[in-house]
Write a protein that binds this ligand. Structure first.
Ligand code: GDP
Ligand code: MN
Length: 397
């Protein structure tokens, strides 16, 4: 699960990681009030207004703006809130901005230069270890750095059983060419950052840029956080961090009905129980000359309700020319699934693409009889081969 920058920073702060302070706002008035408060509390009269969307590269797309007074806060927040922000990570349609983070300006001049670094903590699945990846080249695309100057990216492997060791934190600060106060602060920073990553069961904590301020403090200016879905049950309070407005609407609808749905580009919708069978079904569709329009695993309980929800989701895609339902009746009986398909079909009343149903397993014969006698534009098959041939036939029509 992805979360917003402001939420990631709140988590970091709770683990003692210094962050660029800010207040989230959903309206221009709230943004101005936030800027006033930052001035009172932190004496920060310049602020940055930062679009909150689940995508990076916001600065490049015009989603991060410096404001030097309250009039500018009003103007910049007004421009950013509600805009369709296009960044290299959003795709050409962009993402609508519903919230901004009004943050203290941390690039103020002082006794020494400011310096931007890149630091992330992530999981290396192949090695079964966590990795701290870091670079002196912060603030820009890390992909660009990796491609053109790979020797400027360092990796520190962490044994998850013992965590980040003090010598490793010092090595990181050393490789980032820090000394004095900034060195000490960086050691603290990475130690707390690793702790935050570990304790929240995250799969990614990416801070780009990490800033050395002109008074030698180390702080997180940005935060891209990915919480591991498989660990969410251990953190019930994280459920509140989910922002459905940032997710694909069809996939959200599918997950509400406990369906595993991934949209694809083809013309044959499929509805299958079990992820492995779904993959095999997609192969069969291709063999028959079609292209799967989606991956959809309805899970173990394929009743009329789930079948109906699945139909609705598949039919939202105008490219779908046929639907192949492939259900193996192990725990669930085929005749119940068949009845579910018939009920859903009749209830929806708007299905005008042919449907091929292949039911195999417990009560498969009864199920086929139910479908064949239903009088609907539904074709039954017991063998997968037959189903594939049916798909081929209806696509040729
Ligand atoms: P991203 O573009 O989505 O990665 O968003 P970031 O949070 O990384 O911000 C983009 C850029 O805005 C940073 O690399 C900085 O150069 C700039 N920026 C962020 N905070 C400040 C600030 O407090 N003052 C100034 N002057 N620039 C900032
Ligand atoms: Mn960034």
């Amino acid at each position: 699960m992805n979360i917003h920058e402001y939420q990631g920073k709140a988590i970091l702060k709770s683990f003692g990681v210094r962050v660029q302070e800010g207040i989230v706002a959903e309206t221009v008035e709230q943004a101005v009030a936030a800027a006033k408060k930052l001035k009172e509390d932190l004496n920060s009269s310049w602020v940055v207004v930062k679009a909150q969307i689940h995508a990076g590269g916001r600065g490049k797309g015009g989603g991060v703006k410096l404001a030097k007074n309250l009039d500018e806060v009003k103007e910049k927040a007004g421009n950013i809130l509600g805009m369709q922000l296009i960044t290299p990570q959003t795709g050409p349609e962009g993402k609508k901005v519903n919230k901004v983070l009004v943050a203290q300006d941390v690039y103020y001049p002082g006794e020494s230069e400011t310096k931007e670094f890149y630091i992330s903590v992530l999981l290396d699945r192949a090695k079964g270890r966590n990795i701290v990846m870091y670079s002196t080249e912060g603030g820009m695309d890390i992909e660009h750095v990796a491609e053109h100057t790979p020797h400027l990216i360092f990796k520190e492997e962490i044994d998850p059983k013992v965590g980040l060791q003090p010598f490793q934190a010092r090595k990181i600060a050393f490789n980032l060419n820090l000394s004095g106060e900034a060195f000490k602060d960086m050691v603290k920073f990475v130690t707390a950052l690793y702790k935050a990553y570990d304790a929240t069961d995250s799969s990614l904590f990416e801070i780009n840029p990490v800033l050395k301020t002109s008074d030698n403090k180390i702080l997180a200016v940005d935060a891209k956080v990915n919480l591991d879905d498989n660990g969410l049950f251990r953190h019930p309070d994280f459920a509140a961090l989910r922002d459905l407005a940032e997710e694909d609407p069809t996939e959200v609808e599918a997950s509400k009905s406990n369906l595993n749905y991934v949209k694809l580009d083809g013309n044959v919708g499929c509805m299958v129980n079990g992820a492995g069978l779904a993959m095999a079904t997609m192969d069969i569709i291709k063999l028959a000359g079609g292209e799967p329009a989606n991956f959809l695993d309805v899970g173990g309980t394929a009743n009329a309700e789930t079948v109906k929800a699945a139909f609705n989701i598949i039919l939202e895609d105008p490219k779908v020319k046929a639907i192949l339902i492939n259900i193996f009746g192990g725990i669930v009986r085929c005749d119940r699934v068949a009845q579910g398909v018939i009920d859903a079909y009749q209830e929806l009343g708007n299905i005008n693409v042919p449907i091929i149903v292949r039911l195999q397993g417990t009560n498969a014969e009864e199920a086929k009889a139910l479908i064949d006698n239903s009088g609907l534009k539904v074709y039954s098959a017991i063998l997968l081969k037959e189903a594939a041939e049916r798909v081929k036939e209806v696509l040729a029509l």
